[in-house]
Write a protein that binds this ligand. Structure first.
Ligand code: SF4
Ligand code: SF4
Length: 460
């Protein structure tokens, strides 16, 4: 850039810059040749090699703008470092150098400890999502295609197994007590190399298998299709949470309070947005489940006549990304509340302060400010912890790679110490937030339901 500064600013301003520079830096030791240079060819010298590595990241200029938001920054690698090292591995391979040791290390530092939620893409001037590279690399390592296919075809059984595991953990906790249970679970998670999820006191209680009601035939109320994500169908509130009603029931009662008739998609127990598959590198199975879900939503919404409320923001993001069917009117909790509920509910803000966690998907959906605005309608004081971006829980990483979640939320407890409660829009993120913030985090709808009552003459 230095040879073009005069062209950009004009001779007069350029001469003034040099004057100031020479006054402050007479020997030219500060940032030499970077902004001001006497060498007209300096931009062609000392070039850093940027070897081709993968089309997803080849445009990276290694500026580092992405680094502050990355949950693994300071634990393992930042997005920029992931790219730099991946480039280096590819260059070495092309030169015939053995890269097995560096690749072995990269597996943990680069791949395993990436949340793959793509917050880095929001800061990148050329739009690189390093999580896409990581998912691609996971796809190369994904060798349990048979299991992934089986789970995709028997998804209701997979959700039921999660409920069963939560039942077992819950029972063991009751017998052993919190301290012993946490110790045993941490040992088992380590011994199984992260395959066994780590139990914490913030762990959800299991829910019963869903038995969804049939919609009444004569109902004048406007309809909303309620898509309860698989986590909301399997995971209840934590035992210590002051809110003990399952998210599904709480959401339904809020929607009904606002005057809606709540419709559930058929075969909801079998449905999944595909995120658990895609994030593990099983893109084909993930896309199949996503498509199956979109078909079910189209049917439930009568070809797109009714709005669709999805109670978990990462699932909403997964469904709307690349959505080509314009008939589907899909909402995450924040957009639905701000679009359809504000004029149907009266808000009386509570005195108790509330902590807000904006999930990565809420940021990708462009609803971050709207979430904060809704929280401010609900509580007189709202705390948004500074410096916490992605919580690092990433669906199940909080169970299998708990150090990522712990590192990302290391400052949370101090930041939320004046709060007794926090809100978010992702049940799994809330597990890690509750654990590390040491307050109860639950869904936004719990707060909205608590501080509102239905308007008698609300417009429908
Ligand atoms: S996807 Fe998330 S964890 Fe992975 S590099 Fe980007 S910001 Fe970091
Ligand atoms: S912000 Fe983008 S271009 Fe800059 S280092 Fe990160 S990935 Fe590379």
């Amino acid at each position: 850039m230095a040879p073009f500064v005069e062209l950009e600013w004009g001779s007069e301003a350029y001469a003034l810059m040099w004057k100031i520079k020479r006054l402050l830096d007479p020997t030219g030791i500060l940032n030499p040749d970077v902004v001001l240079s006497e060498d007209p060819d300096i931009h062609l010298k000392n070039l850093k090699p940027l070897p081709a590595a993968d089309e997803i990241v080849d445009k990276c200029i290694e500026c580092g703008f992405c680094e502050p938001v990355c949950p693994s920054n300071g634990l393992t690698l930042t997005p920029r470092q992931r790219i730099v090292i991946w480039r280096d591995i590819q260059a070495r391979k092309r030169a015939g150098v053995d890269t097995s040791e560096i690749e072995r290390l990269y597996h943990y530092h680069g791949v395993e400890t990436c949340a793959a939620t793509g917050l880095c893409a929001q800061r990148c001037p050329v739009g690189i999502n390093t999580g896409d590279l990581v998912r691609k690399l996971r796809g190369r390592e994904a060798n349990r295609t048979g299991t992934a296919n089986w789970l995709a075809e028997h998804f209701a059984t997979a959700v039921q197994s999660t409920r069963f595991m939560l039942h077992v953990a819950n029972g063991a906790h009751l017998i052993m007590g919190t301290r012993n249970m946490a110790k045993l679970s941490a040992t088992m998670t380590r011994a199984s190399k992260g395959r066994l999820p780590q139990w914490t006191p913030a762990m959800p209680q299991p829910l019963q298998r869903l038995h969804l009601p049939k919609p009444p035939t004569a109902d004048e109320r406007p309809r909303v299709v309620y898509l309860a994500a698989c986590v909301s169908r399997a995971m209840g509130p934590a035992a210590r949470d002051q809110e003990q009603e399952p998210l599904l029931d709480k959401t339904r009662s809020l929607l009904e309070k606002a005057g809606y008739q709540v419709i559930f998609p058929e075969q909801l127990n079998d449905l999944c947005c595909g995120q658990p598959f895609a994030s593990k590198g099983y893109a084909e199975q993930g896309e199949r489940k996503r498509q199956e879900m979109l078909d079910a939503l189209l049917k439930a919404s009568r070809g797109g006549l009714d709005p669709i409320y999805c109670d978990t923001s990462p699932c909403t993001l997964r469904l709307v990304q690349g959505l080509t069917d314009q008939r589907l009117d899909l909402y995450d909790p924040v957009r639905f509340i701000r679009t359809h509920l504000l004029d149907k509910l009266d808000f009386v803000p509570q005195d108790k302060p509330i902590a807000v966690h904006v999930t990565c998907s809420t940021q990708h959906l462009g609803e971050a400010q709207a979430l904060i605005d809704i929280a401010r309608r609900c509580a007189k004081e709202v705390v948004i912890p500074e410096g916490i971006h992605c919580c690092g829980f990433a669906g199940d990483k909080g169970f299998t790679t708990p150090e990522l979640n712990e590192h990302a939320l290391r400052s949370l407890k101090n930041a939320v110490q004046i709060c007794e409660e926090g809100i978010s829009t992702s049940r799994t993120c809330e597990i890690g937030l509750s654990r590390h913030g040491e307050i109860d985090y639950h869904g936004l709808v719990y707060l909205v339901d608590r501080v509102t009552r239905g308007k008698a003459s609300a417009p429908l």
